[in-house]
Design a protein around this ligand. Structure first.
Ligand code: PMP
Length: 408
């Protein structure tokens, strides 16, 4: 039974009660940041009220409790992603830092001048720029996997690009700008058949669907806490233990060593701590675990079914608006709708619709190459989460029509 208790879900999010410009908030910017359930807010507060202490330095009760909760959160993420062991999860600040970790650790240790990294045209800038920086530093070549007019990756072109020099494929699981769900399991098989690894940016997938890194058979999987009902400042990188073990540290400092000496050099800690220099975001990591518990409490299949229903409803309503064009019409989409409207600038729509209490995103969504492909500089993006209602979608479409009436 996939019936969702929507009223109960909404009750978990105190922010949904607020007003904006005297109107009830309609929050449709979930792809940028999802809102935070009470259980996550309480987890953060409980940490500071009861057991705030630095971790892994032990020797007193609070430090032991904080360490146990932090490592417990790691195990929580491991089970959520179906990774094989907790040490395959490295805490990072988010997706961006996870990708930079791969580029600077694995990349610098394994890539030679002339080696190729394939990056899809629909990547967020965080999965483009680290590879461009590495190209400048190491002389590697970044090649682009093209996208068709629906916003679907061109898999034939991808297979043609895979070659002798391909070392890594970088692709998002779900596009933040279009909502396209990419066939990452299939792409992983093709990459591996050519001896290349695959890095998947899961920032927009984890909020909407079950992710099983063993079933997908991907090498690296990155995500951010603040898009899965967790806090900002925390995220993680998954990688197979054998892969992580062969990777050098990328940031040096405390927590990542086993012994430091000026004479005999420094020995590094085992994975995953080798990649977690300095004091980490301990309460945020623990609260991320609470966010995954919250998702499991709802049930990811139930959440996904509701979002798919809302997506279909919103798409149908928007298609009724004269001069509106949806950018991204892939058959398999998450609940993200990008659109442009003839005779109205995205920016103006965003500003005016905010006056009516509706939060949508306007701009390039950190995917400028993709938007250039569609011949636009900016789109409006409505992205739906499990707590959104059909009434909110209807009110958004009505508000949009009012705004367009003013602008056209
Ligand atoms: N990749 C995708 C697909 C995203 O949507 C985002 C966030 N907009 C990022 C990467 C970057 O995530 P963060 O800013 O949390 O590091």
């Amino acid at each position: 039974d996939l019936t969702l208790d929507l009223a109960a879900v909404r009750q978990d999010f105190p922010i949904l009660e607020r007003e904006v410009h005297g109107k009830p908030l309609i929050y449709l910017d979930n792809a940028a940041t999802s809102q935070t359930p009470t259980a996550v807010i309480e987890s953060l507060s409980d940490y500071y009220r009861r057991y705030n202490a630095n971790i892994h330095r032990g020797l007193h009760t609070l430090a032991d409790e904080a360490t146990a909760a932090y490592e417990g959160a790691r195990a929580r993420i491991q089970t959520h992603l179906n990774a094989f062991e907790p040490r395959e999860i490295v805490f990072t600040r988010g997706t961006t830092e996870a990708i930079n970790l791969v580029a600077n650790s694995w990349g610098r240790a394994n890539l030679q001048p002339g080696d190729e990294v394939l990056v899809s045209l629909m990547e967020h800038h965080s999965n483009i720029v680290p590879w461009q920086l590495l190209a400048q530093a190491l002389g590697i070549v970044v090649r682009v996997i093209p996208v068709d007019e629906r916003g679907v990756l061109d898999l034939a072109a991808y297979r043609d690009l895979l070659g002798e020099r391909t070392r890594l494929v970088c692709v998002n699981h779900v596009s933040n700008a279009l909502g396209t769900v990419n066939p990452v399991a299939e792409m992983a098989r093709d990459a591996h058949a050519h001896g290349a690894l695959i890095l998947v940016d899961g920032a927009q997938a984890l909020p909407h669907q079950r992710v099983d890194v063993q079933a997908l058979d991907v090498d690296f999987y990155a995500f951010s806490g603040h898009k899965v009902y967790g806090p900002m400042g925390i995220g993680a990188l998954y990688a197979r233990a054998s892969l992580l073990e062969a990777m050098p540290p990328w940031q040096g400092g405390g927590e990542m060593i086993s012994r430091v000496s000026f004479d005999r050099g420094t020995e590094f800690a085992a994975i995953p701590h080798r990649f977690e220099a300095g004091t980490p975001a301990v309460p945020e990591a623990i609260a991320l675990g609470a966010a995954l518990d919250w998702i499991d409490g709802v049930g990811i299949e139930r959440l996904a079914a509701w979002e798919q229903w809302l997506l279909a409803h919103a798409t149908q309503k928007l298609e009724g608006i004269d001069g509106l064009r949806i950018i991204g019409t892939a058959p398999d989409k998450a609940s993200v709708i990008s659109f442009v409207v003839d005779g109205a600038h995205a920016q103006d729509i965003g500003l005016l619709i905010d006056q009516l209490g509706v939060a949508i995103r306007t701009g390039h969504h950190c995917a400028q190459p993709l938007l250039q492909h569609f011949g636009v500089e900016a789109t409006c993006r409505a992205s739906l989460a499990v707590y959104n209602t059909p009434e909110e979608v209807d009110a958004f479409v009505e508000a949009l029509q009012r705004v367009l009436g003013m602008l056209r």
